[in-house]
Design a protein around this ligand. Structure first.
Ligand code: ADP
Ligand code: MG
Length: 403
């Protein structure tokens, strides 16, 4: 693809920045949204990130030199969300609240609710200590990246103390909502949808890793995978993203940040961050997809709270695998496909980062799993067709009984 990075990390422009408070960079923890655990840990790293030089790529998947983002005023975003009214609230994360808003499709000026295009507007929590740096990372990374499996950033607002981000709206919300929120109105995700989502998210990560100056995403988790109307997965939240090692280096050293349950062991132990640390996070999400259980859940009995530690031994064994697969999708998958997915999960969760596959290999493997599924569907159809040809009377009778 020949991607490259140019002049990263110049500050986004702020027409009224004079009164912006100096951002705090102290250590902080954030409560997780659902299981009531403090699952996100973060200590703000000090290193600045330099981009390499190079030319621009004109493909659909690209990294652009200057972000093509609209700079919004706070008033505009207030008006687009009906004054951040509670009925427009989509969700809340470590950064702050996310609201649904409406903008004119052409001008991106605020529009009346229900008209124009729908957007998601993230509003920085003013108490958030890590917020400014994350906001800046999001603008600098996501503002320059374009790929079907990355959420699109449309613009930002930096008005006095107010920091906001404006994204394309993804109607099906996050993978986390679908996998874990037991909402009787939401059908559990089918096996096919799960594999499609895993493949899409893997393509997003593979794209980041394939750029000339590799991008390490660092916060791969189910809540950061958003879904469009057709269950296409898009990665969001580049607040913790880092550029990969520079020439001659094997890793980037940072203060440890990320989410408990998803972060790679070498990163937690040493602060050494590799592209392959993202592959570990991917393995954890794949395990959540297969089992329908959270990476970390303090509501589970002792010994079962950390999903990887608890169920990893069951992935090696065919019989045991059946016991940990999500019961809500039983009978939807061929066992061969489930077994391959379990083996792929194990490879991603290898302790030594060098033994983990690249995300490109992960994508290929998932495409293979998708193909098994299609083949098994085809062969079922074929069997049914040939049964109908061999026993036409039986099938005729069956139909008659129904009608
Ligand atoms: P977290 O990743 O910790 O959930 P975020 O601040 O990224 O926190 O988002 C909070 C929630 O808002 C998400 O879980 C999701 O349900 C919703 N959300 C965020 N961005 C979008 C978007 N672009 N479209 C639709 N919903 C979104
Ligand atoms: Mg998120």
């Amino acid at each position: 693809m020949g991607l490259c990075f140019s002049s990263l990390f110049s500050s986004p422009s702020n027409p009224n920045s004079s009164s912006l408070k100096t951002p705090h960079f102290s250590a902080t923890t954030t409560a997780s949204t659902s299981s009531g655990v403090k699952s996100q840990f973060s200590e703000i790293g000090s290193g600045s990130i330099d981009g390499g030089g190079g030319s621009q790529n004109q493909d659909e998947d690209k990294i652009v030199e200057r972000p093509n983002l609209k700079v919004f005023s706070f008033g505009e975003l207030k008006s687009a969300t009906k004054g951040f009214r509670s009925d427009t609230l989509l969700g809340e994360g470590g950064f702050g609240k996310v609201y649904k808003g409406w903008l004119d499709e052409k001008t991106l000026n605020p529009a009346k609710s229900g008209t124009g295009i729908v957007v998601a507007i993230k509003k920085l929590n003013q108490e958030s200590t890590q917020g400014f740096q994350e906001w800046q990372s999001e603008v600098n990374f996501l503002g320059r990246l374009s790929h079907p499996n990355l959420v699109k950033l449309l613009g930002y607002c930096w008005d006095d103390d107010e920091l906001l981000l404006v994204y394309e709206f993804l109607p099906k919300g996050s993978l986390e909502n679908h996998l874990f929120r037991r909402n009787p109105n939401i059908e559990p995700l089918s096996w096919n949808a799960r594999i499609k989502i895993a493949t899409g998210a893997a393509r997003g990560l593979a794209f980041l890793h394939s750029s000339e100056k590799q991008i390490i995403y660092r916060d791969f988790k189910a809540s950061n995978i958003l879904l469009d109307g057709n269950y296409n997965a898009k990665l969001s939240d580049f607040g913790l993203a880092k550029l990969g090692p520079s020439a001659g280096e094997s890793h980037v050293t940072t203060r440890v940040m990320g989410t408990y349950g998803y972060a790679a062991p070498e990163y937690i132990a040493t602060g050494h961050l590799y592209v392959k640390s993202d592959v570990y996070g991917f393995g954890v999400v794949l395990l959540e997809i297969l089992t329908g259980m959270r990476a970390l859940d303090t509501k589970r009995p002792t010994g079962q709270q950390n999903l990887v530690e608890w169920v990893k031994p069951n992935l090696y064994n065919k019989k045991k695998l059946k016991t940990i697969m999500d019961a809500r999708i039983e009978s939807q998958y061929s066992f061969k496909a489930a077994l391959q997915a379990a083996q792929l999960t194990l490879k991603c969760l290898e302790h030594d980062p060098r033994n983990r596959p690249s995300m490109k290999e992960v994508v290929e493997s998932l495409e293979g799993i998708e193909a098994i599924q299609d083949k098994s569907k085809e062969s079922k159809n074929r069997k049914m067709r040939s049964a109908a040809i061999q026993h036409p009377q039986q099938h005729g009778r069956a139909r008659q009984r129904v009608t």
